[in-house]
Design a binder for this molecule. Structure first.
Ligand code: ADP
Ligand code: GLC
Length: 506
């Protein structure tokens, strides 16, 4: 079986969140099961400084956007520490513009007022990419049985495949394109790629696709909806989120189409890449440890983290950690309401995050108010993300919603007990410490059901109290979490089963 993954970010080359982690690891886990995998993403500037930098190939192609022809070229590398090939779509006008120093990311830039704003040509950038994926298949002669697409930047690919390549493509290739089956994974329904309808003709798609049952949603051209409508099979990143998004509360306006396709929708929890996230081997840590040596290794990581964040180095002070995009999804309004009280009572906070200016300003005010207790790194740093996972005692994830969440899985593995809102993947992966779950040795964290400050406060209070007053119970919860198997091999098996099912339906 051959499988091609297409996404707008891949760990090791360009990353803003968990999507990159998934597409950086899942293909290798599938390859370990004997599936012939490849990956394709845009060639951003950041990709050039990867550990195995991409090199140019001879494959070039041209695609029209509006009146203009845009030239593309394929580059190639391999996923870090694997043989899985990854192809890059070079198109300098669209993708060679990111520059961290200048506040220019892969999707957004920073305005002079310090706000993050989407590039105004994202519709053509990702329209081009979505179509270039199908050109890449032809040029490399890598004809996948399964074309696995991730999130809105690849949402137009199944529309191009069905409406352009399978119908009007070169006659000799139509049959090969017709044999491809598509899987579309929703990593986050809130990001839809909704653009003005007038962009449609420039993308080479006919107006008759702009209807409520195809690409139109609330008057906009909606890339995510295109994926939901045109892909053969849909998945999302946890069973709970698969259910939630069919309701008006979490459906982000697309609950109707999701309900229609409910029988083709599957929830599969993400995995952890053990080569990157393993406290026993993690090169970013001051002390490595596993479940048997957590008592020796973790204190070293905690002391190093306190020093790094200029907090008092104090072994028994509860240290809260957070690593997050600064976005409304992540529960910063609850953090703002609840955390000051804990800081007043001596607790410390180490936070790494990048994103919305409003949350940056809120966090800077918090540090001003509690300068000796709040440590902030308001930028992007892979090493510090690992150091917080290892050094903190308690990991905060009070997300308003969370399709899967990887950070709580990393913190479980690193013995850092998560405090989570019971939503999406957080509900599927963290077991609240109740008297029953504790008695059965199943508890792995502290959870709250209602998205309210009082509920978050109650869960966090239980966590801090347990840390301070019940070290043996703390150790039990920590060890239960560290022993969970959230490896990719489990999730990859579920994807393989779905792929095979889909191919049997041929
Ligand atoms: P999401 O994809 O919604 O951001 P996840 O929990 O699935 O949430 O994944 C977040 C990923 O991004 C994790 O690998 C986390 O370590 C990483 N991450 C988030 N913010 C930062 C940051 N500022 N610096 C480094 N890594 C970050
Ligand atoms: C998204 C979600 C996150 C998920 C990640 C990878 O960014 O917000 O919950 O873990 O994708 O699937």
């Amino acid at each position: 079986m051959k499988c091609l993954h297409a996404a707008s970010e891949v760990a090791g080359f360009a990353k803003t969140g968990g999507l990159a982690d998934v597409v950086g690891s899942l293909p290798a886990a599938l390859a370990n099961r004997g599936i012939d995998c490849a990956v394709v993403m845009p060639l951003y500037r950041a990709c050039r400084s990867a550990s195995v930098p991409p090199t140019p190939t001879e494959h070039r192609f041209r695609l029209p956007i509006g009146e203009r022809m845009f030239e593309g070229r394929l580059w190639r590398s391999t996923l870090p520490d694997t043989d899985v090939p990854i192809y890059f779509i070079e198109q300098p006008d669209f993708f060679d513009r990111d520059d961290a120093e200048q506040g220019r990311g892969i999707y957004q830039f920073t305005t002079s007022a310090g706000q993050r704003q989407d590039y105004d040509d994202n519709s053509t950038r990702y329209g081009f990419f979505a179509r270039a994926v199908l050109e890449m298949i032809r040029l490399t002669n890598f004809w996948p049985d399964i074309l696995h697409l991730h999130d809105w930047p690849t949402g137009l690919t199944p529309a191009y495949l069905r409406e352009v390549y399978q119908r009007h493509g070169k006659p000799a290739l139509r049959g090969s394109y017709a044999a491809i089956r598509t899987v579309f994974t929703i990593h986050n329904l809130a990001y839809q790629g909704a653009f003005p309808p007038d962009d449609l003709p420039a993308l080479g798609l006919p107006w008759n696709l702009f209807t409520y049952d195809k690409l139109e949603s609330y008057g906009a051209l909606n890339y995510l909806k295109s994926g939901l409508v045109f892909a053969d099979l849909l998945t999302t990143v946890s069973p709970m989120y698969a259910k939630e998004i069919q309701t008006p509360e979490h459906g982000c306006g697309l609950q109707g189409v999701l309900k229609l396709r409910a029988t083709q929708m599957h929830g599969i929890v993400n995995g952890i890449d053990g080569n990157i996230w393993n406290p026993a081997t993690d090169p970013a840590l001051t002390g490595n440890y596993d479940v048997n040596t957590v008592g020796q290794g973790k204190p070293k990581c905690k002391a190093a983290l306190q020093a790094l964040f200029k907090l008092e180095v104090s072994p028994r002070t509860p240290l809260l950690g957070m690593v997050s995009r600064l976005a409304s999804q992540k529960g910063f309004d609850l953090v703002e309401q609840v955390i000051p009280d804990y800081l007043r009572r001596g607790v410390q906070l180490a936070l790494l995050g990048d994103g919305d200016k409003g949350y940056r300003d809120m966090l800077l005010r918090l540090r001003e108010q509690f300068p000796t207790q709040v440590g902030l790194h308001l930028d992007y740093s892979e090493a510090i993300a690992h150091q917080i996972e290892a050094g903190a005692d308690i990991f905060l994830m009070p997300s308003r919603y969370e399709p899967c969440g990887l950070n709580q899985l990393y913190s479980l593995k690193y013995g850092t007990i998560p405090v989570v809102h019971t939503t999406g993947g957080l509900a599927d992966t963290v077991i609240d410490a109740t008297s029953e779950s504790i008695a059965m040795c199943r508890a792995t964290g502290f959870a709250f059901d209602t998205y309210k400050a009082a509920a978050f406060d109650e869960a966090l209070r239980r966590a801090v109290q347990t840390y301070r007053d019940s070290p043996l119970l703390w150790k039990q919860i920590q060890e239960t979490g560290m022993k969970q198997d959230w490896s990719w091999s489990r999730s990859a098996g579920e994807y393989e089963r779905l792929y095979r099912q889909l191919l049997q339906e041929l």
